[in-house]
Design a protein around this ligand. Sequence first.
Ligand code: ADP
Ligand code: MG
Length: 729
Amino acid sequence: MSTFRFRALAETANRKPVAVEKLDRKSVIFGSNVFNDKAMRQFLTPDAYKAVQNAIQHGTKIDRNIAEYVAMGMKEWALNKGVTHYTHWFQPLTGTTAEKHDAFFETSFDGSDPVEKFGGTQLVQQEPDASSFPNGGIRNTFEARGYTAWDPTSPAFIYGTTLCIPTVFVSYTGEALDNKTPLLRALSVIDEAATDVAKYFDKNVKKVTPTLGWEQEYFLVDKALANARPDLMLTGRTLLGHTSAKGQQLEDHYFGSIPSRVLNYMRDLENECMLLGIPVKTRHNEVAPNQFELAPIFEETNLAVDHNSLLMDVMQKVAERHDYKVLFHEKPFKGVNGSGKHNNWSLATDTGVNLLSPGKTPMSNLQFLTFFINTIKAVHDYEELMRASIASASNDHRLGANEAPPAIISIFIGDQLTKVLAELEGVTKGKLSPEEKTDLKLNVVGKIPDLLLDNTDRNRTSPFAFTGNKFEFRAVGSTANCATSMTTLNAIVAKQLKDFKVEVDALIEKKDLKKDEAIFNVLREYIKTTKAILFEGDGYSDAWEIEAAKRGLSNHKTTPEALKAKVAKNALELFEGLNIMNHVEVEARYEIEVEEYVKKIQIEGRVLGDIARNHVIPTAIKYQNTLIENVKGLKEIFGKDFEGIAKEQIILIKEISEHIEGINSKVEAMIEERKKANKLTSVVEMADAYCNKVKPYFDEIRYHSDKLELLVDDEMWTLVKYRELLFVR
Ligand code: ADP
Ligand code: MG
């Protein structure tokens, strides 16, 4: 047998753990390839250093002359480390990262005066000539140009021999063409809004920083095996494949010891992360076989988003060295747990306080409750937008598929906080008596236990859960760029905090309430009006779907349906009102995402049709022929008695024919639907058609193919099987 599958399996048989370079201690090497504070102090003039620090902390602009000096220092630093090229590093709306490398090297046109050059202009701006990045019609053809501009809040880093400079990507008319620009705007708006509210509690607060700690789940599959599966290569998931006899039932993989080949991969990856300043901290097995998780120490959100994008790139590159392929897809294997990317989020003040952490005094607990309840209100008011922010063709396989958070957005807060909210609901309207105030502060707010952190119950079925001192947005997909969900979350909370401040100030001024009375009063109203979003039960249950519908919560199971909330009136007003995105920018993103959905399903349909016909059917026929030969032989030997003897073979021959017919007719029907869908002129209609008319055939085709996999001789089957993909380590 020398099919692709068996050659691939033979290749994996000789794999050994790949040796990993031994580096110095983590604390010593951390960030050594980053133009961080230490490097800046060493390589920048005091003026240039101050300017960059100001830009990072206060968002001030760096003037051109100073940029010249920054560029000089950066070049010096990079050349010392053997760097030859530089690139602006950005996140176009494809969701991945993009780069265009230019050499530092320059000469005159006659070849004289060779020199390494890199000036302020090159640092600050680059034209990636990127007319082929998706832009949702923002840039019209004669002006199909965007430029990238330096984001000093995310430090430059060296990867390989290239200096990478994180940048935003905007059109010449000023519209954002990337994921970073709206994120930076949202972060700045929530800083402003949260600082104003935090000042109720501490006048010294000058800045609030949203924090993000993501947890990245992924699968590792041997490179040779992955390459032998056209569906994995082209779509990131297996479109066919019968579940393995041993799956995850035993749960023996979860928190089990990490296989040594994998461990070496992780060590190598962690080395790279350390050099790049990505503070990865935990690594462990996940629920499914060959599934793992990696999590960092949380960081400022912009940096955390950049680090996650960079990490995904680095993970794939390091995997090459270890003969692995990383699968980031939310659902690479049917019947096996999928992957997510939990986004842990909180707000930190420049005075060192986590605003979502209960404190030791009643006042700090009131501060905690303020931010806690405002977040609940924000998610309540914009639940559909939150759902839309995590919608993608691949995440559709998780949400609502009874294993990951459901497609219904709800919030889990745990027993203790549920009780606290119930008590606060009883707060008197208007002025509070001194007794009531004391009671509230001592017995309700004052009693939020200091140890809440350790006591918080865990509810793994909730898409948005409070976990002691942060919220955890669990429904984010493993392939996602965190920028989308983080822009949305920070925007809605910013809007909510602004509204809150207006309400509280009005009560103080017009109703002559004390500050804390006013805050209690507004929070009480929020508690009353946002109950629908709180859910403590089993998010995977059918009962919850029924209950959620009664509560009026949305339950959009597919991306085309979910995405519509992005261009709903309240979303457009939200983003435009906060100057995060104008309606053109919002609509462009919607269009791009709908289009991306169509492309994804289109490709899956084509690949599925191809492998079903080119791999599965020919193999089935080959096996059927050997059965036919066998029956003919039996007939020769036994004459008219052969029918009893060859009974099973004859049944098998018929069964195989039925499944072949099943595949053929369903593939034909799917192609017909694709043709119809492609004729539609609106991309939104096209997405609906692909979702509701084309995609349903995938499961039907798969059904017949997976049956054939069980019938056909294992030696003949050409596609690498689940048990091989999942258990070869
Ligand atoms: P798990 O959710 O798996 O139990 P942890 O609760 O330890 O794990 O933390 C998960 C992630 O939450 C980590 O990446 C951590 O850095 C992040 N995290 C912890 N505190 C905060 C915070 N205040 N803001 C944002 N992320 C945080
Ligand atoms: Mg978690």
